[in-house]
Design a protein around this ligand. Structure first.
Ligand code: 5GP
Length: 193
């Protein structure tokens, strides 16, 4: 069992059959030592990649992706949720359905901060149905940049996102993959990796 799986068992809370709460250490209160370790682990897993930029989506991915960007020594750009229409064509846009809020958001990245020829590592806290990742991938590709891989802190392996994104040919590295969980008993079962 790795350091993250241990922490999930200690402090994670199974809210329902498909929602895991990790807000005491990952995405509300943040354990910076743990997140630093997560940053180092992603650097190790993508060590052979030529990463020129790290990208995530606001809000909960930002703190994690910041430590990954620090490890690679590259900037972090996060996609912003936007209500305004792209009149000037100065942003890349994707539509993302939120797993937790069940609404659709347009997310945007300014064309100033993502260019053709860049090599992007995408980072997020959770992978469920894969909408957030698909939105980020489409933004990177519409810029003419390359997705070098996707680093996920917690993948819920019983939801479709991981399989869908891997089937599209992308390298997805998840530090913990939850294969099953049960709200009543609080049990979390991890995939052997
Ligand atoms: P997806 O787009 O893959 O369906 O969902 C990923 C996004 O939804 C992540 O950015 C994450 O913020 C949120 N999310 C998905 N599942 C969970 C979960 O079980 N717990 C928490 N806290 N967030 C989740």
């Amino acid at each position: 069992m790795n350091f993250l799986e241990e922490r999930i068992l200690k402090d994670g809370v199974v809210k329902s059959s498909n929602v895991l709460k990790v807000d005491s250490f990952l995405n509300h209160q943040m354990d910076i030592e743990l997140i630093e370790e997560i940053g180092r682990e992603f650097k190790r897993r993508f060590a052979n990649k030529n990463v020129t930029k790290v990208m995530t989506i606001e809000a909960s991915g930002i703190g994690i992706a910041a430590f990954v960007a620090k490890e690679f020594g590259v900037p972090l750009v996060f996609a912003k949720k936007s209500k305004s229409i792209n009149i000037d064509g100065d942003v890349f846009v994707a539509e993302v359905e939120s797993f937790t809020h069940r609404n659709k958001n347009q997310v945007v990245v300014s064309k100033k901060f993502l260019h053709e020829g860049e090599h992007v590592l995408i980072i997020d806290d959770f992978l469920a149905n894969g909408c957030a990742l698909q939105g980020l991938i489409s933004i990177v590709e519409s810029a003419g940049a390359t997705v070098e891989g996707c680093g996920i802190v917690i993948e819920k392996g019983f939801q479709i996102g991981g399989r869908a994104i891997r089937n599209m040919g992308y390298q997805v590295e998840s530090l913990a993959i939850v294969d099953a969980m049960d709200a009543e008993s609080g049990t979390v079962i991890f995939r052997e990796q």
